[in-house]
Design a protein around this ligand. Structure first.
Ligand code: HXC
Length: 257
């Protein structure tokens, strides 16, 4: 049997995906993208899903971009199909109802940076390098970078990065808000464990509602978004979680969600 291109480890609903093509610095080819989409279709159906973490195999690279050798011979129509299929997959990742976090453990370039941008947030190891170097190859980002990067770091910084193609280190990525935290590779592992513990300790419906409020609200005017928050806040009182959470506080015990 051929080796999986994405390793999946499931720990009580916290699913860790590891892109596993270290010899090509985990570049995204059609095989990886198809495998990712199939995994996401399964995850979408899971009621017990609590969080998704995504990383790259090895200590050198998260994802060094879309696979250049595969893209090299594409016609414009083939390029359009490739980009739109990948966009659909990446959108699926973004739209999962639980927190999706990129553990950026090295090169995070081109399609890799765009994959990280589709995650709810990213944390990086101190050797991580970020960039949208597509212009150096005579193309532009095609996995959402021209749209998600300005939304995350602002249009001026995004334009700097997508037109110069310059690479930035983890500290600069932190400064511009591309990542939330920077740490060593070893700390990245601890972070993943701690995050899993934190998220699984919280009310699962509340975590989903919090993500939904932020995601859906970002696409709306403020008044509509605030009304959405109110509706989701009230919805939290309809299940068991709120009475357990608030009851546990009053009774000075840990909640059991
Ligand atoms: C295919 C890649 C690759 C990529 C690295 N490799 N990146 N293969 N696609 N994106 C392969 C190399 O060819 C090499 O294979 C092996 O991985 C190790 O890479 P090296 O270059 O030898 O390593 P190093 O010298 O350390 O340089 C690392 C690097 C460099 C700076 C990350 O590999 C690099 O610049 N890669 C390309 C980065 C990039 O331009 N990404 C954007 C792609 S366009 P061999 O067989 O020689 O050992 C994109 C568009 C997305 O992502 C939208 C599409 C619709």
């Amino acid at each position: 049997m051929s080796e999986k291109l994405i390793e999946v480890v499931d720990n009580a609903g916290v699913v860790r995906l590891t892109i596993n093509r270290p010899k090509a610095l985990n570049a995204l080819n059609s095989g990886v993208l198809h495998e990712l989409e199939a995994i996401l279709v399964e995850l979408e159906a899971r009621k017990d899903l609590r969080a998704v973490l995504i990383t790259g195999a090895g200590e050198k690279s998260f994802v060094a971009g879309a696979d250049i050798t595969e893209m090299r011979e594409k016609t414009p129509e083939e390029a359009r199909v490739f980009a739109s299929q990948a966009l659909r997959t990446i959108k699926r990742l973004e739209a999962l109802p639980v927190p999706v976090v990129a553990l950026v453990n090295g090169f995070c370039l081109g399609g890799g940076c765009e994959l990280a941008l589709a995650c709810d947030w990213a944390v990086a190891s101190d050797n991580a390098i970020f960039g949208q170097p597509e212009v150096l190859l005579g193309v532009i980002p095609g996995f959402g970078g021209t749209q998600r990067l300005p939304r995350r770091v602002g249009p001026a910084m995004a334009l700097d990065l997508v037109t110069t193609g310059r690479k930035i280190d983890a500290q600069e990525a932190l400064r511009i808000g591309l990542v939330n935290q920077v740490m060593s590779q070893a700390e990245l592992e601890t972070y993943a464990d701690e995050l899993a513990k934190q998220l699984t300790g919280n009310g699962p419906q509340a975590v989903r509602a919090a993500k939904q409020a932020v995601h859906d609200g970002m696409d709306q005017d403020l008044d509509s978004a605030l009304a959405l928050e109110t509706a989701l806040f009230a919805f939290c009182f309809a299940g068991d979680e709120q009475s357990e959470g608030m009851g546990a506080f009053v009774e000075k015990r840990k909640p059991n969600f």
